[in-house]
Design a protein around this ligand. Sequence first.
Ligand code: PEP
Ligand code: MN
Length: 412
Amino acid sequence: MSQLETQNGQLEPNLPYKLVRRRPDSGRSPVRVGGAAIGPGQVVVIAGPCAVESKAQTLKCALAARRAGATALRGGAFKPRTSPYSFQGLGREGLQILAEARDLTGLPVVTEVIDPGTVSLVAEYADMLQIGARNMQNFSLLRAVGSAQRPVLLKRGMSATIEEWILAAEYIAEAGNSDIVLCERGIRTFEPFTRSTLDLSSIPLVQNLTHLPVIVDPSHAVGRRDLVLPLSMAAVAVGADGLLVDIHPEPGLALCDGEQALSEQVLRELIIRVMIQARNVNRTLDVLPLDTLWSGNQLSPTEELEDQRGLLDALDQSLWSLVAERTRVVERIASVKRRFGLAIRDQQREKQVHDNAAAAITRYGLNPATAYRMAKLLIADAVRMQTQASAQRNPSRAPKLPSEVSRDDCQF
Ligand code: PEP
Ligand code: MN
């Protein structure tokens, strides 16, 4: 078999990246960071400050991220700033603060490394090493993280083509480390309203070309907080494996990128919306259970209950809107049946709805009794609606409401 031939005899293109490319018919690999996994079945949110500024600021961010349901904490201790006069980060002290934030919340820490000489220092504290956009083609740095025992988050350079970005990942893999997550963070265009332009097309593209997870940093892409939520929704809709978002307890006082930092409240909203959005693309966003790895709860029981009920309310709202949508489709089915004189009840069809529930029970680990009961209610309600519609149009020929669905099934 020639090198370009796959097992099923198809020819593969002779791609310049050998280790990170996605082989035909094979899936994408998840990358483990601390206790979490990034890609491909779930969506993760990594949140935190752009820069570690102080212990108080970082711990506040870490607690906010944990309460909101984030999977990991971000925060730069070594900052690659465009101007040498800007805040350069707290260095080792910043790493120690991040480690303390991890101890407090259980969240794994993602932090940037900016030169080969500090890779081992940063790896001592971090769970994941971030290579920033400005360093995407710093080849000695890529090789250095390639021999570190930590997963790597590789941002796309602001002027890098997709191929250059993938080849940068290939450097890391070639040096021995295949635990790489790519991060689209926008590219420089002629548009001045946003800091960069978020290239959404790169996400599905790179997921097809490589087996690596791809996450999106909407905060650095646009540099303004008003666009972070809509772009997060868009990123998840096109299949991103996660998001990297900036938060700050007092964005107006941030030493770095305050204009793009979200408040805790907005982060909570973002995570709830993303959780619902993820379902649309057959993914899950698993918020961490509050009682595992969690020693930093500073909320009162009432506040905590409020938090969780807020989440439930948002999910219920989404559930009701789906029920309403379903009702409209049932009405259309009723009109088709009327037009063609078809019977309202169809046993085979009802069995199919039941089977769909069975599949959902397996897929989502639902309680069977609850799920079957809900399916029964949906069927009963559809029959009731169609029966009523038919009775209104033609009272004499209206079929009787089936007794088995008229009473008990409609009571909670
Ligand atoms: C960052 O994430 O803190 C950062 C500096 O981003 P980028 O490298 O994408 O500019
Ligand atoms: Mn920043």
